[in-house]
Design a protein around this ligand. Structure first.
Ligand code: URA
Length: 314
């Protein structure tokens, strides 16, 4: 069956102004209930709560997104002694959301279905709040290919498990295909931030997004495995040849949905291990915790620079 190409006809270019939706139905609704975020336009004043948001950071775990908001709050000089960051989505345990100044931090759980539900509601939130000129980052963890553990990958293109830069979704029983290209200028600016920080190895590369952590990522250590070590190595080498430098489970939906709604977006993930060397994540917990902070430090430097608060070497 031929797949319909969506995306190009949606919002081709990044809008410098309001966050737009690619759905005419929303404008006709009296109230919009963002069920999984426990927020509603009927009961919450979105422009007052979120109208100043310029940067959104999304990541898998609620704890990590809370520690990010504390970190960026301190970096921007916006925290006060004893300040707590309440979970804006309290009342649901699906996702957690925190805000400091112009930065929103939200968890998305694991995998494409989980991030895509969150993104539908987040993008509508930004639209209802009449936010303008918003940049969205996914900061996460991944498995590297041919990279030293702890390396950070800035994604050029999100690829599917057949190495295609597209997100295919079944809509009304038919495949709909959306482009997963990311903002090239943002990639360059983030790479420049990494050079300025000079704290950890960083590369620009393609990111393969899979629907599973085990067989989907060619691991030999899941409950099921239908291939050999040789097959696994051949697949990962083919991925490397397609420019893939890391593997995770959310970038396809993230890139496609942000692009379709004209949002400037980037994916910055740390590699926990080199998948050519093994499958199990066996590094000590405190080392992994330090690795997890690397995408946060990079994105935080970018945000500080944008807000004129970073010390940049001349
Ligand atoms: N996340 C993934 O999806 N894969 C890994 O190997 C590590 C983190």
């Amino acid at each position: 069956m031929a797949a319909a190409r969506a995306g190009e006809e949606e919002l081709g270019s990044h809008n410098d102004c309001l966050v737009q939706l690619s759905n005419p139905n929303i404008a006709t609704m009296k109230e919009d209930i963002l069920y999984h975020l426990n927020l509603s336009t009927g009961t919450h004043d979105f422009p007052a709560m979120f109208g100043d948001v310029k940067f959104v950071c999304v990541g898998g775990s609620p704890t990590r997104m809370k520690s990010f908001i504390k970190y960026i709050g301190a970096e921007l000089g916006l925290d006060r002694p004893g300040m707590d960051y309440p979970n804006i989505c309290a009342g649901t345990d699906r996702y957690a959301m925190y805000k400091v100044g112009p930065v929103l931090s939200i968890s998305h759980g694991m995998g494409v279905p989980s991030i895509s539900i969150m993104l539908h509601e987040l993008i509508k939130l930004l639209h209802h709040a009449r936010c303008s000129d918003v940049t969205v980052f996914r900061i996460g963890t991944s498995g590297g290919i041919g990279l030293e553990p702890g390396s950070v990958v800035i994604t050029r293109q999100a690829l599917d498990a057949c190495f295609k830069p597209q997100f295919e979704q079944i809509v009304l029983g038919k495949p709909v295909v959306r482009s997963t290209d990311l903002d090239e200028q943002l990639v360059l600016e983030l790479m420049q931030c990494s050079v300025e920080l000079s704290e950890f190895p960083t590369v620009v590369g393609n990111t393969m997004c899979t629907l599973d952590f085990y067989e989907g990522q060619a691991r030999l250590d899941g409950a099921l495995c239908s291939y050999t070590e040789k097959d696994k190595q051949a697949y990962l080498q083919a991925a490397y040849a397609a420019g893939v430098r890391n593997i995770e489970m959310e970038s396809l939906a993230f890139a496609a949905m942000c692009r379709a709604c004209g949002l400037r977006a980037a994916v910055v993930c740390v590699a926990y291990l080199d998948r050519l060397q093994g499958d199990q994540i066996s590094s000590p917990h405190d080392l992994l915790a330090e690795y997890q902070q690397r995408p946060q430090r990079l994105v935080s430097h970018f945000i500080k620079k944008r807000l004129g608060k970073a010390r940049v070497p001349s």
